[in-house]
Design a protein around this ligand. Structure first.
Ligand code: PGA
Length: 255
């Protein structure tokens, strides 16, 4: 059985002190997570890099996972400003986002680079959360599924997927990110099913059965249960609504 995952992408928000407060309040409000173990819904927070040591310290012994919002495709070396997978892994990170649409749009990240980042993350025992999704004009032209699958194919090039547990895929329609517009539950399910089919054809039944597929884009407490109802939607990548302990906790309850 695939365990649902709710991952909070904080983007470039919060100071280390604000993060410390958030973690303390979250663990107080959600004692099941504070106790460690295996809650029914996996929760992860992806803060910006300077907050990662805070996450490591505050979340130690809890069931809340954490990770980065990006990672270098390079192992080590003269790459000013980059962060290595080995650095995140050494701090105890579990996840790292690769190919977020903001990075694709503002830093011109190509599918090829995204695939190289995912490979590097997996090499270091991190689980990449690989983001794909179409722009509004592509959806309006009726090409959302074919576009997203082609983007996924490019972003997986050269990657070896065995169990399907080494990777998470997030379907994030670009027009739904931070806009307050959400894909309908039916559209989210249609895309998640198409992605799972693609994984089945390419990597086999085991990978397809295990891989978790998230939806992202203006998810909030009020639409979580609806979006999660689709059998192929295994969770969410949550931006704005993860910044407040209350809304993120409500979403976990809704899952
Ligand atoms: P949002 O962001 O929930 O604020 O739309 C989602 C994301 O970009 O991961």
């Amino acid at each position: 059985m695939r365990k649902p995952l709710l991952a909070g992408n904080w983007k470039m928000n919060k100071t280390p002190s604000e993060a410390r407060r958030w973690f303390a309040e979250f663990l107080e409000a959600n004692p099941v997570y504070a106790a460690g173990g295996e809650p029914a819904v996996e929760a992860a927070i992806l803060p910006s890099f300077p907050l990662i040591p805070v996450a490591a310290e505050q979340l130690a012994g809890s069931a809340v996972r954490f990770g980065g919002q990006d990672v270098s495709a390079h192992e080590w070396g003269a790459f000013t400003g980059e962060v290595a997978a080995a650095q995140l892994a050494d701090l105890g990170a579990s996840y790292v986002i690769v190919g977020h649409s903001e990075r694709r749009a503002y830093w011109n990240e190509s599918d090829e680079l995204v695939a190289a980042k995912a490979a590097r993350a997996i090499e270091h025992g991190l689980t990449p959360i690989l983001c794909v999704g179409e722009k509004l004009e592509v959806r309006e032209a009726g090409r959302a599924v074919s576009f997203t699958l082609a983007q996924l194919e490019g972003s997986l090039s050269g990657l070896e997927i065995a169990s399907g547990e080494e990777l998470v895929i997030a379907y994030e329609p670009v027009w739904a990110i931070g806009t307050g517009k959400t894909a309908s539950a039916a559209d989210a399910e249609e895309m998640a099913a198409a992605i799972r089919n693609f994984i089945r054809e390419r990597y086999g039944e085991r990978a397809a059965a295990n891989i978790r597929i998230l939806y992202g884009g203006s998810m909030k407490p009020a639409n979580t249960a609806d979006i999660m109802a689709g059998p192929n939607v295994d969770g969410g990548l949550v931006g704005g609504a993860s910044l407040e302990v209350e809304s993120f906790s409500q979403m976990i309850a809704a899952v």
